[in-house]
Write a protein that binds this ligand. Structure first.
Ligand code: ATP
Ligand code: MG
Ligand code: MG
Ligand code: MG
Length: 477
């Protein structure tokens, strides 16, 4: 009979039919009950083995991790917690797994341990749930933009521009590093490099995205982004996925509305399509919470946190208003933030952001109109001469999840700011052309996809929400 996936099988309305399932053994109890998982759902299907009539050699090969093909009759389960069992009539071992050597034992492993065997962690319930949720969120991102007639524009992975100028780009070269060609004055001669100039992996597709928006009106990119930052935090990766929409004829208000709508849409899509996985992750977090002292436990469950985020408008305020709140607040009895924020103009630290979100407003926050000194050159300048039309969206437990702005469309203002910041205008001539020919108000933002997955799964470390995390000293597989 034809193979059926466990998820589909559990939705069956018929019993006493013959079915074939294929998957990996999670446990095998009493030579009689196999818990088989095929990754389509966290629920295992229980296989009932007629062990008296089964070859003992075959029984010995049914070990944790082994791949099986099982044909049998679908019957209503007598056990609790499962709807169906399969009474096996034929079992074939497709791939053995030596129980002495298999790293994943049928017990709870720590996330730290699983990170060391990230090539096998897909086979646990936690990571099964995470990557199914991640999959749904990615699909929902496309669905959201496609329903609004945005064009999915593929911006280049290899580029000659370091959009943020933050010096965090990975260089790309095909030159022999042991014998780099030099110019007469001893500099590396990038003219001899593959592209005839120095190139790097993209740190953001924004500048190229703006070119698309200046003709297609609304575009988005959604692809891998690379930053050689010292990403030894629980919120940074060297390779992460970013969603970057750019919209012509948008101001900052429109930009905020779109970002808030996107976040709510994707979260609600996952809640609807991954109810079982999110319930599992909610329970996982609740169990973890029980290990903590009372005062460190979270006030809301994961499910409540997600629902709360959908039910409430994000709090919108300016950077200056946020500083006033932080100055007057007493995060703990001894210390005041005013000792931490020296003066207006400093960038907020994550403890400030988290205070605003988690303690003061107790909901997602959109901060706008940051000092121009701490933001990129392309943000639209306000009339006060001090601030720019920036927005950062801050989420509970995450901090910054979105960074965006209305873009500076006025050529003179843009050139003047680039001059002040020492950014050579010649190199970005193509970018400035959009301001020379048919410039219009426009805006956009970048949403860190893994930060969204972190929020929805309730996980604590960004390395656990991407299949193959890249961070310093880690690129084995
Ligand atoms: P942060 O302040 O957290 O370092 P950023 O301000 O440097 O972030 P942006 O350049 O504004 O980041 O990028 C847009 C979004 O991309 C961020 O809001 C965040 O969600 C995500 N992001 C940035 N850097 C990383 C990273 N190293 N790993 C994962 N996500 C990231
Ligand atoms: Mg950064
Ligand atoms: Mg930031
Ligand atoms: Mg930012």
């Amino acid at each position: 009979s034809k193979r059926i996936k466990v998820k589909a099988l559990l939705e069956s309305t018929q019993t006493n039919i013959e079915v074939t399932v294929m998957g990996w053994v999670r446990t095998f109890r009493n030579n009689q009950f196999i818990a088989l998982n095929d990754g389509s759902t966290n629920s295992n299907i229980q296989i009932v083995v007629d062990f008296e009539n089964t070859d003992p050699t075959l029984l010995r090969r049914i070990t944790t991790g082994a791949a099986l093909s099982v044909t049998g009759t679908l019957v209503e389960s007598l056990g609790k917690g499962q709807k169906f069992d399969i009474k096996a009539t034929a079992i074939e071992v497709l791939g053995d797994s030596d129980p002495e050597k298999y790293p994943l034992q049928p017990k709870k492993h720590s996330l730290e341990f699983l990170r060391e065997i990230a090539h096998l962690r897909f086979r646990t319930n936690t990571f099964g749930a995470i990557f199914r949720v991640r999959n749904s969120l990615a699909f929902a991102v496309h669905k959201f933009f496609q329903e609004r007639s945005f064009v999915y524009l593929h911006t280049p992975v290899i580029t000659a521009s370091d959009a943020e100028g933050a010096g965090e780009a990975f260089k790309v070269t095909n030159l022999d590093l042991d014998r780099l060609p030099r110019t007469d004055d001893g500099q590396i001669d990038y003219k001899q490099d593959f592209f005839g100039k120095a190139t790097n992996l993209t740190v953001s597709g924004q500048l190229e995205g703006e070119l698309g928006a200046m003709a297609l009106s609304d575009i988005y990119t959604f692809g891998p982004t690379f930053r050689a930052e010292n990403s030894n935090t629980t919120r940074h990766l060297a390779e992460f996925w970013m969603i970057e929409p750019e919209m012509a004829f948008y101001d900052l208000e429109d930009n905020m509305d779109l970002a808030e709508a996107l976040l709510k849409y994707t979260i609600s899509y996952a809640l609807e399509h991954n109810a079982e996985d999110i319930e599992f992750l909610t329970q996982r977090l609740a169990d973890e919470d029980k290990q903590k002292p009372q005062n460190e436990r979270s006030e809301m469950s994961l499910l409540e946190k997600l629902q709360f985020c959908l039910d409430n408008d994000f709090q919108r305020l300016t950077y200056t208003e946020a500083i006033d709140i932080l100055k007057d607040s007493t995060p703990n009895k001894k210390k005041k933030f005013q000792y931490l924020i020296e003066e207006w103009g400093a960038d907020l630290q994550s403890e400030h952001e988290r205070y605003l979100v988690e303690k003061h407003f107790k909901k997602p926050v959109i901060l706008t109109d940051y000092p121009k000194e701490i933001k990129a050159f392309y943000m639209r300048q306000n009339d006060d001469g001090k601030t720019v039309r920036a927005m950062d969206i801050l989420f509970p437990g995450i901090g910054e999840i979105v960074g965006g702005s209305q873009r500076e469309e006025r050529l003179e203002k843009l050139e003047q700011r680039m001059g002040e910041m020492g950014i050579p205008t010649e190199e970005l001539w193509w970018y400035l052309d959009t301001r020379r020919f048919g410039a219009c108000p426009h805006a956009g933002f970048g949403l860190g996809f893994e930060r969204l997955v972190l929020f929805v799964t309730g996980m604590g470390n960004i390395r656990d929400v991407i299949p193959f995390p890249r961070f310093p000293k880690n690129a084995e597989f």
